[in-house]
Design a protein around this ligand. Sequence first.
Ligand SMILES: Cc1ncc(COP(=O)(O)O)c(C=O)c1O
Length: 436
Amino acid sequence: MKYDPEFLENHWMPFTSNRDFKTDPRFIVRSEGVYMYNDADERILDGSSGLFCCAAGHSRPEIAQAVHDQLKTSAYVPPFQLAQPLSFELARRVAKLTPDGLDHIFFANSGSEAIDTAMKVAYAYHYARGEGQRQRFVSRERAYHGVNMAGVSLSGMIKNRQAFGPGIPGVVHMRHTWLPENRFVKGQPNEGLDLADDLLRIAMNYGPDTIAACVVEPVAGSTGCLVPPKGYLERLREICDDHGILLIFDEVICGFGRMGTPFASQAFGVTPDIMTMAKALTNAAQPMGAVAVTDKVYDAIMDSSAEGTIEFFHGYTYSGHPAACAAGIATMDIFEKENLIERAAELSGYFLEQVFALSDIPLVTDIRGYGLFAGVDLEPMGNPGVRGIDFQKRLFKNGLHIKMTGDAALLAPPLVSEHHHIDRICEVIRQTLAEY
Ligand SMILES: Cc1ncc(COP(=O)(O)O)c(C=O)c1O
């Protein structure tokens, strides 16, 4: 099908080279399981679960049915001082998966909103305890925490913040954890534990009692799957504990089985005080994000407020939207019925083996991976990111969708994938790289 420029003009697309796209548009018109179909009905294998979110495969009918039923029964309930039962049900289901003690769930509508919510929880926690001077956040280079202003302030990816002003004050960045000596290491690298001490240096430089929280993605996702060095997250936890700093894990990509465990927290054996999630929570059938907090954090905020008053002045018109909750519950049902988390753990060995076998290709300069998630760096072609965009377009023509970030390919197949899908992903990557 041909789309004329007038039809394409009005929609300003997100994170897209709009002018280029509109001269050569790529449309998906339906999807099912691990496949999407373009407007010529050609099959595109999904090697990145959409944007890491369709963990249970595309267009699951059970989820569609649950959303449909809910929209017909009660499409909207104001979530302030009123409620519908589904949000409580979903919160219980999510709390079953979060690490022990992270049992209080606040709903938002995206990962970006979840991050802003988590930061506000951190401010409110310290304020409630009479430590309102703790207003700094420690983040990390190469971090991605969504696109709202607080998350952008935490961001460590230059293009995501360069044009958007100084951000909120008081954000300090640790160094990222990519090291040349860790190239082509599968799983957690040995080198780099000392990078966690950046948090201590920052605490000593600014005063530990000025820091509200340290925010990290356990595996840095959007920058290209940077797996934490051995002992790194444990060390962050230790420094936070020593200095009254909250530890926030942004699990928007890592959560819901991607690491072969419910959350990365369980994979790496480190429990944060606050955790964000979004992506696979509704299998992407409805927009939704959430924040899980510990009793310690929740109780401090509850106990500091007078009985009968609102404890936390925060929330969205669509927090815990009934359709999103219905999608979330149906997704949790699928996760349980199909043992998707165990399945991801089982598939991980094969997946990583096949992806790391791409390391013999001269254009591949590094590979990293954990669970069902891997980053493959490609040799740049002129300016950074040019090869990435070109490669993604070529892959699409060759029947594969992969999310690129700069010149890195982010592989994150749906948790329902079979071995032959993994084989095909790697085959198309190899064939497409041979076109250069
Ligand atoms: C770690 C992390 N945090 C936050 C976000 C933002 O999520 P959303 O795009 O749903 O706002 C993302 C999105 O990729 C992410 O990877």
